[in-house]
Design a protein around this ligand. Structure first.
Ligand code: GCU
Ligand code: CA
Length: 390
């Protein structure tokens, strides 16, 4: 069985995510990749722990959890028993990278993506069949969130359940998703009371099967949150759906939402054509602002250092007139916006932010604003740069 080589989701991108708002002015949220195991390279060392037949109920079937091709494989036999013998469990727990276990803490937002193969033999049941859990470490607590294969009104479903609130966040028909690779996205803000949130999306190739979000959830119990993957199911099923089975996972990734501080570049320190550095209108940062020359073609150019990838450039300006003073935006000699609007701010002492997200190169970049009309540009105070690359 070959793993899929292409995953429909892009982990580092913010688009399509409820959590990925790019805020204009002073900081931006980006997804930082924290975990990217390759099964064939990292093996089960990708995880914090492996619960392979932890009650040693079926030694002849071990290992139940192993690497096959570039996939993590979880086998479940009818004879397997967990320490509580009314159920079965073959699960991995937690994430291990660069010699340490990853900690998902209260207040943090994380995103997981992976490809999953559910064969026809892994069926939905009338009692629980969990294939992913978010849990507090240690025994004795209920899961916080589960993905489960559940029979609902006699129909096999895959569903996401937020336990503390007893909310089914989303539910989809299971049958069309079996015997093929599907892409899973799961996002979670760990929060006590009602500060938690989740997003769950399944893609079958390019088709979005489900994409649901829920906030106002309690997703914190009292310790860090640890993901578990595998098969954990009750033997109490009354639909005849239990049989020997397995599940495959691959391309597992985890990203943490990280707020990146901006790097500030004052306009009065930038290169420019004409214009003056003034300080007669209050509210600027640094030692002044650039009063751009009132002419088409007048420009201000910053030299900006950044990692490769997307960055949000936020220009602060004042425009005490009643007309837009558009400028073109050129990055490393290429026009990326032909007429960025610098709208009236009401007064020369009223300053406003104009954000624009574009790609920067690793290292030094030139960022130039050029007036496109005879009125010239506005008064320019500064440029804030937030690199949102992973
Ligand atoms: C006024 C204002 C300047 C501004 C200029 C303009 O003179 O004081 O700060 O640059 O208008 O219209 O560009
Ligand atoms: Ca001017």
């Amino acid at each position: 069985m070959q793993r899929r080589t292409l995953i429909a989701v892009t982990g580092a991108a913010l688009a399509g995510s409820m959590f990925g708002r790019i805020t204009a002015a002073s900081a931006a949220t980006g997804w930082q990749q924290r975990w990217a195991p390759e099964a064939s390279v990292d093996g089960l060392g990708a995880f914090e722990g492996v619960e392979d037949d932890r009650a040693n109920s079926h030694p002849a079937g071990q290992p139940h959890i192993f690497v096959q091709d570039d996939n993590f494989r979880f086998n479940m036999h009818m004879v397997d028993r967990d320490s509580m013998t009314d159920r079965q469990r073959q699960e991995v727990k937690g994430m291990h990278a660069k010699g340490a276990d990853l900690v998902v803490a209260n207040g943090e937002t994380w995103r997981w993506t992976y490809a999953m193969y559910i064969p026809g033999s892994l069926k939905a049941t009338t009692t629980f069949t969990h294939i992913m859990q978010m849990k507090m470490p240690g025994d004795g607590s209920l899961p916080i969130v589960t993905t489960s294969l559940q029979r609902v009104d006699n129909m096999p479903k895959i569903q996401l359940h937020a336990f503390n609130n007893d909310v089914i966040v989303g539910r989809a028909d299971l049958a069309p998703l079996q015997n093929k690779w599907i892409d899973v996205e799961f996002e979670m803000t760990v929060g006590d009371g009602a500060k938690g949130a989740v997003r769950w999306a399944l893609h079958d190739g390019a088709t979005a099967v489900i994409d649901v979000s829920r906030s106002g959830l309690d997703t914190f119990l009292g310790d860090r949150v640890r993901p578990k993957w595998g098969i954990y199911r009750s033997l109490g099923d009354t639909s005849g759906s239990l049989q020997d089975t397995y599940m495959l996972l691959t391309r597992m990734r985890a990203y943490k939402a990280t707020t990146v501080a901006p790097v500030r570049y004052e306009a009065e320190s930038a290169a420019r054509s004409g214009g003056t550095v003034d300080s007669n209108h209050a509210g600027f940062t640094g030692t002044g602002f650039v009063n751009t020359e009132n002419a088409a073609g007048a420009w201000v150019q910053w030299t900006v250092n950044a990692p490769a990838g997307p960055a949000t450039l936020t220009f602060r300006h004042a425009n005490g007139t009643t007309a837009n003073r558009p400028m073109s935006l050129t990055v490393n000699g290429t026009v990326v916006a032909s007429a960025l609007a610098f709208d009236p701010t009401g007064d020369w002492t009223a300053w406003a932010d104009v954000p624009y997200t574009t790609n920067l190169n690793a290292g030094s970049n030139t960022v130039r604003l050029t007036a496109t009309t005879a009125n010239g540009g506005p008064n320019l105070d500064r440029l804030d740069v937030v690199a949102t690359a992973a």
